[in-house]
Structure formats: structure tokens, C-alpha cells
Ligand binder design. Structure first.
Ligand SMILES: [Zn+2]
Length: 360
């Protein structure tokens, strides 16, 4: 994804987070949330105890649950359960911050999906042509009002057949030692995203700082007199002073692209993060044990330790954030981030989780 797309994406995320008072989104969302309220109560008991008693006597049960044993991969199991490739890819991304599919997902792990059944009492607002791509925050921006309206399907209890029945409203991966759940939730601003049961977003995000530092010893600058080379050159990162040996953490999940020595940088680790982002951690005293190129790392994982290797006048971490290969100021660069659910959204979500968790 391009940087521009990510920024748009971020803009839409912010709109979601902050849009409860925003006219356009709210007016689109209100009938939807009313729909959730009126039908959801019935849904819970329907699922547990019997035939639908909502609007039409002939309505099918509101949910169906499908489970598969993983034989080869998550995507293989997901597709066996009827997910299309796009939805499978979204879920793979949504889980990526929590589950390492190569390491954690063994043969014999189980994958369960809860789907909402299409029902007769379609919300007139919903759109059977809903693009599931727009349903999670791991995707391209759904920033315009039309997209927002058209994605109102997945969390509606009653819609026409279509994306609603193909996009799972709850997903559980059971690895034998642990289980990982995600729940689709449409917020009051009218957009649907996957969250963990505690209401934290499944979206990949960035930490601002990779290290506990004592001070910023040098700022990002396009022109700087380098204290070691005594030449004017750009300083493409920020220097965070910290004692030798202070752990350095990955600021976002990613893949290790370099572990080794580079002129000037000394011992350096480079990560290719998601989207257009990559990060560099230089002047390390040492690397995390066994870290090598190709490894995937999680956000917060220790990747090395502060040092003063390379061209450094004292112990500090030189930290760079690149967006589409262009260095940006790590202290101010716009980073993907999504706040946990709060307030009324959090309460509605908790009720939904209770209902769906019982089905998994
Ligand atoms: Zn530096």
C-alpha cells in the first residue's frame, strides 16, 4: 500500500474513532444501530434456545457456526469453510499481530467462524454488494460515506444474502495451548472492524519509541553537522540516549531484513513493517539472540540492545522510520494507531462478545 493510501486509511480510522458526533456518519449509522438493538436481543435467545421469534416467523436462526481442523494452513482451512480469498487475507492480517501462523498454528489446530445468517427482514440501508475488503481496519481506506454505508452489512442481524453471510462476525483459532478470538464490531459511527474480546483493535499499530531513553540527544534533520564525520549531512533518524545494554523493542510487527554491521550504523537491525513502513535500529551493542534476516517479529519484541557501535559519540539508539523508503522524523511521523473501544461502543461490543462467545 502506498503511503498516501495509509494516510487516507488513517484519516478514516480517526474519523471512526472521533466521529460519534459527526453528522454524516451518525445519520448513516443510527438506523443501523437501531437494527442491532431490536434484533440482537432476540438473536441471543434464538441462538441458544430455538426458532426465531423476531419479525418473521420463517426467519432462520441468526447465526451459524463452522469449525475446521487445520491441515495445512489457516487460509486453507478458512477457504474450506467457505471464506473467499479477500476475507481470508483480511483475517490473516487481523490475526498477524497476535498469532504467528507459521510458528503457532500446528496441524490439528482448530478454526471456528460464526457467520450471521442472511434473513428476510433486510435493513433497507444494507447493500448486498458490500465489499468485504472494506470491513476491517487492515484494509484499504473506506473513507467515503458511500463506502461507510455499504459496509453496514456485516454487523446487521438481518440483511439480504451476500457479504453478511460470508464475513464472519466472530473467529476463534485454537492452537491446543491457546485460543485467539476476534469479533467484528460495527461502531456507532457506522464502520466495522475486528477487535479482541477486550475491545482492543486487531489492527496493526506502531509504538512511538523503541527504547526507554533518558533524553533525545539528536533530532531528525535534513542538514546536520555530523559529530563524527564533521560533514554536513542529513540525520535521517532520532538519537535516543540510553545506557549500554538497554533493550530495544520492535515498534511494530515486521520482518527482519538485516542483522549485521553497516558503515556508520555499526551493529544495526532493520525491519520491514507492514504497509509502507520500515524501521532501522543502529549503534547496537548486540542483537537479540538468534535474530536473523527473514524472522518475523512482534510489536514490542526485543531485537537488540543499546550501544555505541559505528559512528557514535556515546551510547544511544539511532532510530529511523521510513515511509515508502523515505526517512521521516520518528517523533512526528503519522503512525497507524487505533484506540480501543470506549464508552457506549465498548458496552455494546461487550454484549455482542458475550452473545458470540457462547457460540464459539
Ligand atoms: Zn543518529
Amino acid at each position: 500500500m502506498t503511503s498516501a493510501a495509509w494516510h487516507l486509511h488513517r484519516a478514516s480510522l480517526h474519523a471512526n474513532d472521533d466521529a460519534l458526533g459527526e453528522g454524516a456518519n451518525v445519520s448513516a449509522a443510527l438506523p443501523a444501530s437501531a437494527g442491532v438493538r431490536s434484533n440482537a436481543g432476540a438473536s441471543a435467545s434464538d441462538a441458544a434456545s430455538g426458532p426465531a421469534v423476531a419479525k418473521a416467523a420463517a426467519e432462520p436462526p441468526p447465526y451459524r457456526v463452522k469449525t475446521a481442523v487445520v491441515e495445512h494452513s489457516f487460509s486453507e482451512a478458512a477457504q474450506r469453510l467457505g471464506l473467499d480469498a479477500a476475507t481470508t487475507a483480511q483475517l490473516t492480517k487481523a490475526f498477524a499481530g497476535r498469532v504467528d501462523f507459521r510458528r503457532d498454528l500446528q496441524r490439528g489446530s482448530e478454526v471456528s467462524f460464526v457467520f450471521r445468517n442472511a434473513a428476510g427482514s433486510a435493513n433497507p440501508q444494507t447493500n448486498a454488494q458490500t465489499n468485504p475488503q472494506a470491513d476491517t481496519q487492515t484494509n484499504a481506506p473506506a473513507s467515503d460515506a458511500r463506502a461507510a454505508a455499504s459496509t453496514s452489512t456485516p454487523t446487521q442481524p438481518a440483511t439480504s444474502a451476500g457479504a453478511a453471510s460470508r464475513t464472519p462476525v466472530a473467529v476463534r483459532i485454537s492452537t491446543g495451548t491457546a485460543s485467539h478470538d476476534l469479533f467484528l464490531y460495527r461502531n456507532l459511527a457506522g464502520k466495522a472492524f475486528y477487535y479482541s474480546a477486550d475491545g482492543h483493535s486487531a489492527a496493526p499499530s506502531f509504538l512511538r519509541y523503541p527504547v526507554k531513553f533518558t533524553r533525545i540527544s539528536s533530532h531528525f534533520a535534513l542538514r546536520r553537522l555530523d559529530p563524527v564525520t564533521h560533514r554536513i549531512q542529513p540525520h535521517e533518524g532520532v538519537d535516543l540516549a540510553a545506557p549500554v545494554g538497554t533493550p530495544v523493542h520492535a515498534t511494530a510487527r515486521g520482518t527482519v531484513t538485516w542483522v549485521g554491521w553497516k558503515t556508520g550504523y555499526g551493529k544495526v537491525v532493520m525491519l520491514d513493517n507492514f504497509g509502507p513502513y520500515s524501521t532501522t535500529f543502529a549503534h547496537l551493542s548486540r542483537y537479540a539472540k538468534h535474530l536473523k534476516a527473514g524472522d518475523s517479529v512482534r510489536q514490542g519484541q526485543v531485537i537488540g540492545y543499546v550501544g555505541a557501535t559505528g559512528w557514535a559519540t556515546g551510547p544511544h539508539l539511532h532510530y529511523e522510520v521510513h515511509v515508502d523508503q523515505v526517512a521521516q522524523d520518528p517523533l512526528t511521523v503519522d503512525l497507524p494507531h487505533r484506540d480501543p473501544l470506549r464508552g457506549a461502543d465498548k458496552q455494546r461490543f461487550a454484549q455482542q462478545v458475550e452473545r458470540l462467545d457462547a457460540l464459539l
